[in-house]
Design a protein around this ligand. Structure first.
Ligand SMILES: C[S@@+](CC[C@H](N)C(=O)[O-])C[C@H]1O[C@@H](n2cnc3c(N)ncnc32)[C@H](O)[C@@H]1O
Length: 613
């Protein structure tokens, strides 16, 4: 439940009624859900409790925030933090579900036997399964309404000279351009960058689609633009034939100077390769963008010391480049994967920052897409596609006393469904309960947030014309109870003031379940297509399921401080305190100080913290 709601509009104009201000945000484009969005904008951005979970180094201005864009903006607004440049690369409405490969690591106990083979192993030989990270499947109206709220939220925390770069492509870019005219004002449109790249294509009946669109808007009269910081070479030197208006009259000396100075790149960028060609940067995050792209944007539209924000931060390219260029950074993302990826990436880059967690209730099963996938299996007795119950309902439970019980579950991927408010309960009571084609005694409504529990109960009492009992249940409580922590067995020994912590056993129900599903699918496909399938087998001690071990020798509770940490990369090599090594993991971690807490991250990213004995 949000602590409160924070207005979107930066400042109400003095003497002007607040509602007049909202009329400036009235939609020009008309979509089906416009009115709902209007209500939501009027209500404000949900401000949730925010907890700092980790501190890396001393800097507390650089932030890595796990949470939705809108809630992250509400937090910044509440803290009076303004950002000087925003780059976002939100989901493109591409129709895809993005997944990450989860690699089974090398087991240190079997290390000697397989060490030689491992040395020669390449990526294609590693055992891995896919895990969903985030979904990008939207109805156009839903996407645009969602984007409208996000843009309003971002605008409300931009400084007067800030610019925003919104990175999209042919799927939805043209609609968002109009939306941005609406939100930022047509006069504040700065430019559209075409980022063109090459690469393999299987489009035979079309010009291969090989560019993205990046829309730039400003918010105030002035904006930062450092043309000199991003100059590139002329394709042909002005002196030796590349004609410029000057070349007729100018001396060789002037032309040489001009060549040396170069030019500000035009608004089409064909000189920045996509990630497929810069493997060294690849951190295994789908849709990761190249650092060079962000380098140009950040150099052009910000100065050293300014705050650069990315609210759909993904792999953390914006934060990484901002940090490299001496800027402050704010990285927000809804997914735990993103937060872990950027955390590790920034540590390797030597950055200092705070990690924050927004308690918005969607951080269940690592991200909303996986949670939605899981839910159907987790609600006892729930069946999808019950006859007489339409798609509004998530499914129905067959109860021996109550008969068929329809169950409503908010779509966690769509933030506007998270709150059970009067319009939603009105729809349920006055429409959906009445539309049921079978006899029903009871319906269950799950919610993540509820506008006002008492008011909603009263509304049901006053308006429910059916005999159906409506039960309201908090989905967070339900999910909280069924997540089982991983089990770690370890022993710490001390010799001459040095500590060795050895992990002897690791078990993860969540991973075993995922691997089980992967093997089952592989086996059944193999039966169908006759191709050999090599199922993933996990050893007794389960050490190949560990990705990272971190020791906190400073705090026994509260904010995590990683004093010693090793990360095991997919080839089995250790990254020690952010620095890559060519050593294989031996099942141990050494420390100079006594560990007070031990944190283990499994290969899928779930973290378990144990207070040491
Ligand atoms: C296209 S990716 C960004 C990739 C990033 N630019 C990079 O180079 O790695 C979009 C990201 O938006 C995140 N996301 C989706 N919905 C979100 C929301 N409502 N708030 C914050 N992040 C969200 C996803 O988890 C994903 O990491």
């Amino acid at each position: 439940m949000p602590i409160k709601y924070i207005p979107y509009i930066p400042n109400t104009v003095e003497g002007q009624a607040v509602l007049d201000n909202f009329s400036r945000t009235r939609r020009v484009l008309r979509y089906r859900d416009n009115d709902k969005i209007y209500d939501r904008i009027k209500r404000g951005m949900p401000y949730y409790e925010v907890e700092q979970t980790e501190q890396i180094g001393n800097n507390t201005e650089n932030l890595v925030i796990r949470g939705e864009c809108i809630s992250a903006c509400a937090y910044l607004k509440e803290q009076n933090i303004k950002v000087d440049l925003v780059y976002i690369d939100p989901p493109f409405a591409s129709g895809a579900d993005y997944a990450k490969k989860v690699y089974i690591r090398r087991n240190p106990k079997l290390a000697e036997k397989i060490a030689n083979a491992e040395q020669k192993m390449d990526n294609s030989e590693l055992q891995a399964f896919d895990e969903k990270m985030y979904g990008d499947i939207w109805k156009k109206e839903d996407y645009l309404n969602w984007m409208y709220e996000n843009l309003q939220a971002i605008k409300s925390i931009m400084s007067d000279t800030a610019s925003i770069y919104v990175h999209l492509d042919w799927h939805i870019g043209h609609y968002v351009k109009i939306l941005m005219d609406e939100v930022f004002g047509e006069d504040n449109f700065v430019n559209e960058i075409i980022w063109a790249y090459t690469g393999p294509t299987n489009q035979k009946n079309n010009f291969p689609r090989k560019h993205d669109n990046i829309f730039i808007y400003k918010v105030g009269f002035e904006k930062v633009f450092n043309g000199d910081g991003i100059r590139v070479k002329f394709k042909k030197s002005t002196k030796s034939g590349g004609k410029t208006a000057l070349s007729g009259k100018a001396s060789d000396e002037v032309l040489e100077k001009l060549d040396k100075k170069g030019k500000i790149p035009e608004d089409w960028w064909a000189d920045i390769a996509d990630l497929g060609k810069v493997h060294s940067e690849d951190v295994g995050y789908s849709t990761q963008k190249p650092e060079k792209l962000l380098e140009r944007i950040i150099k052009a539209s910000s100065n050293e010391g300014m705050i650069i924000a990315d609210f759909f931060g993904g792999s953390g390219v914006t934060a990484k480049v901002a940090s490299d260029l001496g800027r402050k950074f704010i990285h927000a993302d809804i997914g735990v994967n993103s937060i872990q990826t950027v955390r590790d990436r920034l540590i390797s880059a030597g950055a200092e920052f705070a990690v924050m967690e927004i308690k918005d209730g969607v951080n269940l099963f690592r991200n909303p897409v996986q949670t939605m996938d899981k839910l159907a299996k987790l609600i006892p007795g729930l069946q999808k596609n019950t006859e007489g119950i339409n798609k509004f309902w998530f499914g129905a439970i067959q109860d021996s006393k109550k008969g068929t019980v329809p169950v409503y579950v908010p779509n966690l991927i769509d933030s506007k469904e998270k709150i059970l408010d009067i319009p939603l309960i009105n729809k349920i009571v006055n429409q959906e309960l009445q539309n049921l084609e079978i006899e029903v005694k009871k319906a269950i409504i799950y919610y993540i947030d509820i506008a006002d529990y008492k008011e909603i109960q009263q509304f049901i009492k006053d308006n429910n014309a059916t005999q159906i009992k409506v039960e309201l249940l908090d989905l967070k409580n339900f999910l909280h109870d069924i997540v089982v922590e991983d089990i770690v067995e370890y022993a710490t020994t001390e010799t001459d003031g040095n500590y060795t912590t050895e992990i002897t056993k690791f078990a993860s129900d969540r991973l075993i379940q995922k691997i089980g599903e992967f093997n089952e699918k592989g086996n059944s496909q193999s039966l169908k297509n006759g191709k050999e399938f090599n199922p993933i087998k996990i050893s007794e001690d389960g050490l190949e399921l560990i990705e990272m071990i971190s020791l906190d020798s400073t705090n026994k509770t509260g904010i995590w401080q990683s004093d010693y940490e090793i990360k095991i990369d997919k080839l089995g090599y250790i990254i020690f305190n952010g620095t890559k090594t060519k050593d294989f993991w031996d099942g141990k971690i050494e420390s100079k100080k006594k560990p007070l807490r031990l944190k283990i991250r499994n290969i899928s990213g779930d973290e378990t913290i144990i207070e040491t004995k």
